[in-house]
Structures are given as structure tokens and as C-alpha cells.
Design a binder for this molecule. Sequence first.
Ligand code: FAD
Ligand code: NAD
Length: 477
Amino acid sequence: MSESRTYDVVVLGAGAVGENAADRAGRTGLSVVIVESALVGGECSYWACMPSKALLRPGQVLDTVRGVGGAAQAVTGRQDVGATLERRDTFTHDWDDSSQVSWLQSAGIDLVRGEARFTGERTVEVSGEDGDVTVTARHAVIAATGSEPVIPAVDGLAQAAPWTSREATSAQEVPPSLVILGGGVVGAEMAVAYADLGSSVTLLHRGDRLLANTEPFASDAVAEGLMGMGVDLRLGTTATRVERDGAGVTVHHGEGEPVRAAEILVATGRRPRTDDLGLETIGLTPGDPLTVDDQLQVRGVAGAWLYAVGDVTGRVGTTHQGKYDARVAGDVVAARFGQGEGTTTDAAPLSRYSAGADHVAQTQVVFTRPEVAWVGRTEAQARAAGIDVRLLDVPLSSVAGTALHSDHADGRARLVVDGARDVVVGATFVGPDVAELLHAATIAVVGEVPLDRLWHAVPAYPTVSEVWLRLLESAGL
Ligand SMILES: Cc1cc2nc3c(=O)[nH]c(=O)nc-3n(C[C@H](O)[C@H](O)[C@H](O)COP(=O)(O)OP(=O)(O)OC[C@H]3O[C@@H](n4cnc5c(N)ncnc54)[C@H](O)[C@@H]3O)c2cc1C
Ligand SMILES: NC(=O)c1ccc[n+]([C@@H]2O[C@H](COP(=O)([O-])OP(=O)(O)OC[C@H]3O[C@@H](n4cnc5c(N)ncnc54)[C@H](O)[C@@H]3O)[C@@H](O)[C@H]2O)c1
């Protein structure tokens, strides 16, 4: 007979997003349990954001130093690969989640380890090492089961035991050569990381430009950056057959000679992890994303008890945006069911209880060289939304701060302005360390600050942020 437990709120998946939702949901006295089948901390902590950025950082630092005369002369060698991998391991705590488990305890959140499956409304069966547990929620279930990589149906690919982002971010040795399928964010970032680590990298991308969701000038800059690092970039081609032998893999593709490499990394997107979640028992379809409204309530489920956040929703694909949704979902649940039960959870866009920024102000930084950072709409997305688009474009080299930052810093900034309202609806920055320019743009977009008011936000001299002054001058201010 399986053990039964009942909590006010049950969270499925202890990734960064599930942890955040559990924390917020418990803030008005509700009892909360989180169910996790692998490591508490999820993909971001162990196989995604943290290890990938740890692999990228040494190359970025060396590039920065090499761009500053005086400092450049002090750097004569390549990065120490062993030390980079060792430092990466400190960020993943050697794939040990005890510090995150301690955090759950300190936040008063119970943990059940095992694989959860719905068996009906508000109830999951959890199978773990210690047997089966039936966990029931008095009020709400928040699903945060994340996503998994898609392995495309290419002849021989699955049999070739390809790397996914998990192996790429946790590798203990660097292969002498690596072929990457897919020119999205994972493909572009890992191409930089492995080129820096000394691998001979080939990137096969079926589209005609990398990072298809960003501005074309950003795609071009990243492609140029990769080629400058020695990456063999092949655009407009798709793998058709893969073979593995004792020495590595051969990838046949649409254009030209097959590519040989010691390893192959598949970076062709992710899908929501709902295949084995028992969704059929609650009227939903296994494998589908859990689509949600702006209060993160799952569509198609009666009774207002099921919420979903993070990658599993198919609505967001980054940790920070998932955690924003988690804060909103947790607050909605805490307000509806906690002390002061029935607190009005205003669903108006950008109220505390509505994740409206997902539609107008998602942010992303791609940690390639050059870096790409954007918020809100690109030109194409703004036009598709019927916005009266006005573009403001300036090179980063138009300010003294950029020249001081690096002797060969290049890059560009673009604001997408809604001409009818004179507010910024999107921004893209390309160049070294532009990640730190992004939040000012995010505030301008979310705050709908008119350009003539932004004019009074004076950037300090001589910083790269002065590019804001140039952008506004180009608008005629
Ligand atoms: C290589 C790579 C680099 C990335 N870099 C960045 C970055 O720099 N910045 C950024 O913002 N985003 C980045 N992302 C995206 C980011 O990792 C995801 O958006 C984020 O991890 C999603 O968090 P989540 O909590 O929704 O899902 P996950 O982190 O996948 O967590 C879901 C958890 O649920 C558990 N689980 C699943 N099913 C069950 C079940 N049935 N029962 C119990 N537990 C279950 C899983 O074991 C997992 O721990 C990157 C992604 C990749 C692949
Ligand atoms: N810095 C960051 O924020 C960061 C870093 C890495 C990943 N992520 C997130 O992780 C998720 C996964 O990233 P990703 O790069 O795997 O996905 P992606 O959707 O960014 O890119 C996938 C790429 O694979 C290509 N592709 C898809 N199917 C293919 C096929 N059958 N054959 C050939 N090419 C194919 C697509 O055209 C696309 O270019 C995304 O949500 C991404 O935003 C974020």
C-alpha cells in the first residue's frame, strides 16, 4: 500500500522555476511540497545556464583583455582547459544538490523525491527509490516539469549516441572536434565555448541565419564572430544521415562533403516535458505544452486548481522569464488560498497577479562573441503586430566609452519605437558585454517611458551606456 500525504499546494519539478513558485505560494501560510525526480535545482543549475556560462566566461575574459592595449601584452597563452572545467564543476557543485535541498528546508518546503504522474484532479502518484507516495493538493498543483531536447528523426542520429546540451555542459574532456546541429541559442553558445576550449567546431544550420528570433544584424554579427574564431559555419543545410565508427561521427548533409568529427551535439530545440505526466487522467494530451493564461492557470482544466510555469508551458524559454511567471503564479495561489483567502487577484495586464510582460517585454541574452541582448519586439515582430514602427540605429563606436572598453570593440544598438505613442517597444544590443545594457531598455519598454522623458535620463560619461544619448539624438531630440 502506498503512503498518502496531503498539502495545500503541490509543485511538480524543482527546477529554478518550480522552486520560485513553491517559495511564493508558501508565503501566506500554505503548506507546500515539491516533487523532484532528479536534482533539486533542475536543468539551469546543472546542465544549462550555470555550467554553459562558466564554460564561456574564460574565453570572454581573455577576449576582453586582448582588446585592451597594455593588458593584451600580458596574455600570451590559451585558457587552461582543466582549470575551466574545474571552475565549471564548482558552479554545479559536482552535480550534488544538497545546498539546494537545504534551501528548501530553510524555506519550509517539503521535498518528495521521485517521478510524479497525475492520477486525477489535484492528485499525483510519485514513484521513487523509497516506494510510491500519493500526494494530494487541498487547493492547487503548480506544474514546473521543464523541457527536454528534441532529437530530430535523422537517419542514424539516435543510434550515434549524440550529445545534447547535457553532455555539452557537463563534459569532463574536450573532444578534438565537434559538429553541432542547430543554429539557435544552444548551438551558437556551445560553438563559442568549444572553439575556445580548443575543439575544431563545425556548425550545421538549416536556416539562412543564426538565432532566427533576433534582429538580422545580430545574426550576422554572431556568424562573423564564429567564423572569426575558426568555426566552420554552414548555413542552409540539414543533416540527412549520421554514422558513428570507432573514431567518431560522419554527418551527411544537404550541401557538400560529409563532416567528420569526434562528437556530435544536437541543439535543435526543446519540447515540454509532459509525456509521462498522466495528463490523460485530467483531460489533457500527453506531450502537449501546458498552455496557460496570464495568471498561469492551465487552459482546458476546470476548477481553477492547476497552474503551470516555466519551459513546460511553451510560453517562455529562459530561467528569468520562467521565474517571473513563477512569482506571479505563486502569488496568485497564495492570495486565493492562503491567509486572507479570496484576496482579489487582479488579472489586468501588468498587475501583480498577471504575467503580462511575457507578451511585450521578454528579455534574452545570448552569451556569444559578440554578445546579443534584446527585450520586447524586433522590427519584424513589431510590424507583424501592426505597430507604426520607427527604427533608431546607432553603432556602439559612436561613444567614447566603447573605445575605452576595447581597442577593437564593434557593435550596434537598435531601438524599435512605436511611432504613434513615441515609446520603445523593443531593443537589441550587439557587442562586447552588452548584457549589462539590457535592463535600462527593459525598464523603458515595461514603463512605456516616452522618448522625450527618456531624454532626461542622462548616461554617465564615458560609459557604453551613452549609446542611449546617441539613440535619442537620432530620434531628433
Ligand atoms: C544549454 C542551455 C543553456 C541555457 N542558458 C540559459 C541562460 O543562460 N539563461 C536563461 O535564462 N536560460 C537559459 N537556458 C534555459 C533554461 O535552462 C530553462 O528555461 C530553465 O531551466 C527552465 O526551468 P524550469 O524550472 O521550467 O525547468 P527545468 O530546469 O527543466 O526543471 C524541471 C524539473 O522538473 C523535474 N521533473 C520533470 N518531470 C518530473 C516529474 N514527472 N516528476 C518530478 N519531477 C519532474 C526535472 O527533473 C527538473 O528538475 C538554457 C538552456 C539550455 C539547454
Ligand atoms: N542564453 C540563454 O538565454 C539560453 C541559452 C541556451 C538555451 N536557451 C534556451 O533553451 C532553449 C533551447 O535552445 P535551442 O538552441 O536548443 O533551441 P532554439 O529553438 O533556439 O534553436 C533550435 C534551432 O534548431 C533548428 N532546428 C530545429 N529542428 C531542426 C531539424 N530537424 N534539423 C535541423 N535544424 C533544426 C532550428 O531551426 C533552430 O535554429 C531555448 O528556449 C533557448 O532560449 C537560452
